[in-house]
Design a protein. Structure first.
Length: 285
């Protein structure tokens, strides 16, 4: 296989992002499709390549069986059909997001029209049947890259190493100081990372990034994380073109130094208020 750039992740400036010689176990896969022939085809495709290393830990013909298997056999990724009886694939993916250490999801389906909803659920990929070997292998390689990042030792500020985030931008690999990151926002299949001077596109799920970035970042919306240190204000804002007072209003945070506003969801509003209060107390305001 041709050499590829290292995956996005946390590291120390001047240090390797992944310890040399660290062992990587095979990806654990769960095949979920109500058609036995479709699962058989997936097995055949998976036998055609060994990179990334993988093993099938089980099969399920419906969502309820898949959830029961997951309680007994942890896995890294589901190869998941959408048209399942009972709990369908989209509903199962939404349920998985509420679980600790949730596995990744690669949708494998004949229903191309659900791609947008799938990526809103942080799907790793969306493959339409008949699936090609190369597309399946590429999707699993992305899962393997994410897992290596999550399992790598967390970066610290010890010594002279500053915390950095490794990102890909137009074929270049950049090491961005974590202190420069203002926010990360999910947009369809990608995540936009904003610094005071530039924007970058990351090929990562927002939930993975949230786990790796730690307490210095705050979720303000299901599609956005912001650096706590960058929040300048929280207030209600009116949408452009709204009519009477109060109509079309929503809560938003303003970020410094760019002055940008990001929407805050009702669900996250209490946590954002609490974070700002703690910051004021710490600053003696």
């Amino acid at each position: 296989m041709a050499a590829t750039a290292p995956p996005s992740g946390l590291g120390h400036d001047g240090e390797a992002d992944r310890p040399a010689g660290s062992a990587t176990r095979p990806l654990r896969l769960l095949l979920v499709d109500d058609e036995s022939l479709a699962r058989l085809r997936l097995r055949a495709l998976l036998q055609d390549f060994a990179d990334p290393a993988h093993e099938i830990v089980g099969e399920a013909g419906n969502g309820s069986t898949a959830l029961a298997l997951l309680r007994e056999r942890p896995c890294d990724v589901l190869l998941l059909d959408i048209g399942l009886p009972g709990l369908d694939g989209l509903q199962l993916a939404a349920t998985l997001r509420t679980l600790p250490n949730a596995p990744g999801v690669i949708f494998v389906t004949a229903h191309a029209e659900h791609a947008l909803r799938a990526f809103e659920l942080d799907a790793v990929d969306y493959l339409t049947k008949p699936v090609s070997r190369d597309r399946l292998r590429s999707a699993l390689q992305r899962v393997a890259q994410r897992r290596r990042i999550v399992e790598a030792p967390a970066a610290t500020a010890a010594g002279t190493g500053a915390r950095v985030l490794v990102v890909h931008d137009r074929g270049r690999v950049l090491r961005l100081p974590l202190a420069d990151v203002l926010y990360l926002k999910a947009e369809l299949k990608y995540v936009t990372l904003r610094t005071p001077l530039h924007s970058y596109v990351l090929d990562d799920a927002l939930t993975d990034l949230e786990q790796r970035l730690g307490d210095g970042f705050l979720r303000v919306h299901r599609n956005a994380l912001v650096a706590r240190s960058a929040v300048r204000a929280l207030q209600r804002r009116r949408d452009e073109g709204s009519g009477e007072e109060g109509a079309g209003e929503h809560w938003a945070v303003q970020l410094q130094p760019t002055g940008e506003w990001l929407a805050v969801s009702r669900r996250q509003l209490p946590a954002v208020r609490e974070a700002l209060l703690q910051a004021d107390v710490a600053a003696g305001r």
